[in-house]
Design a protein around this ligand. Structure first.
Ligand code: SAM
Ligand code: SF4
Length: 328
């Protein structure tokens, strides 16, 4: 059986972007009230007393936009200082990163993934729902800053939307030729914006690989990550190309993660809402950490049955929370 030792922690459900595929302008979202967010102390208690003792050793901070979380650098420092922490990473939209990259790196963040769906400023603004001054350059500055302070590997996430940014797949892939960057193409999922999904559809990783392979050739990389990405390389390139194919493939059998939402719900599967545990309220109601450990251990035991293998039974309209709420 797969070892589940990786926890994705959503630090906040709010965001300074309104990406079309995630939380488009006009979507009504029931934001978590401040008093319902796990506090830093509660989160650290859960990690130290519950998650680490049952075997979690790798943590990713996400959101919403994690850089908006107050006290982030101290929180990173505290998680990195647990002797058991083997890996501490973050997924961010990069908008506030230029000023924070160095502090985060020095606090012990080891890896970072930055979302960058387009190299074209107008397309980028369209995707992130920004009508003001272009934000592309600030995100690009954040990416450069992260690279310069030493985040290695540096990963860029791209959600490919047909007719919006799929014409840039080759340009984005080309970034890996002379940089040791990892570009990861993520299949668009009907979670967050069903209408866009129904209107535009999605493009499979296989099709993207064919397009890229036709231009440069593509070899399967011997470097396999810990996650769901299938890793390839343009021959001779310094970086790699990852393909995350949650729509066209089922990688439930190699799933190694659980997710903790910003309001303390532990969720065993991104695409299946069964089995969740409300750890925040349990903690606030005085349930002991020993009892919580038992509950998490039980959930680990039944996790293989809580999956999304039944893809063919339909994908749209079944999720009650968006990626920004779950912690994508
Ligand atoms: N705000 C940060 C960011 O954008 O990187 C972290 C949170 S975001 C929810 C995490 C990841 O989920 C991003 O890489 C984003 O592209 C991805 N994502 C959000 N909605 C998605 C969707 N409908 N289909 C595929 N990926 C999605
Ligand atoms: Fe915000 Fe990330 Fe969702 Fe975009 S994908 S709206 S940056 S949480």
């Amino acid at each position: 059986m797969n070892i589940v030792d990786y926890l994705r922690i959503s630090l906040i459900d709010r965001c300074n972007f309104r990406c079309q595929y995630c939380m488009p302008e006009g979507t009504e979202i029931d934001y978590i009230l401040k008093q319902n967010l796990l506090t830093n102390n509660e989160l650290l208690t859960l990690l130290k007393e519950v998650f680490i003792p049952v075997g979690f050793i790798r943590f990713r901070l996400t959101g919403g936009e994690p850089l908006l979380r107050p006290g982030l650098v101290d929180l990173v420092g505290a998680i990195a200082s647990f002797p058991e922490t083997k890996d501490l990473s973050m997924t961010t939209n990069g908008f506030l990163l230029a000023d924070m990259a160095k502090d985060l790196y020095q606090a012990g963040l080891s890896r970072i993934n930055i979302s960058l769906d387009s190299l074209d400023s107008d397309t980028f603004n369209l995707i992130i729902g920004n009508r003001g001054r272009s934000r592309w350059q600030l995100v690009w500055n954040g990416i450069q800053a992260a690279y310069e302070v030493g985040f290695d590997p540096l990963k860029l996430n791209v959600v490919v939307i047909p007719g919006v940014n799929d014409d840039e797949v080759l340009d984005l892939a080309a970034l890996t030729i002379d940089r040791n960057w990892h570009i990861r193409f993520i299949e668009f999922m009907p979670i967050g914006n069903d209408k866009l999904f129904d209107d535009r559809g999605w493009i499979s990783s296989e099709e993207l690989r064919q397009r890229i392979g036709k231009k440069w050739g593509l070899t399967e990389s011997f470097v396999r990550g810990n996650g769901p990405a299938d890793v390839f390389q343009i021959p001779g390139a310094l970086g790699t190309l990852g393909f995350i194919s949650q729509m066209s493939e089922c990688f439930c059998d190699r799933c190694n993660r659980m997710r903790l939402s910003a309001d303390g719900w532990l969720r065993p599967c991104l695409l299946n809402e069964m089995g969740q545990i409300d750890l925040k309220n349990a903690l606030r109601n005085g349930v002991s950490v020993e009892e919580l450990r038992q509950q998490v251990e039980y959930l680990l035991g039944i996790k293989p049955e809580i999956n999304f293998k039944q893809r063919e039974s339909g994908t749209t309209g079944i999720y009650s929370r968006t990626m920004s709420q779950i912690g994508g």
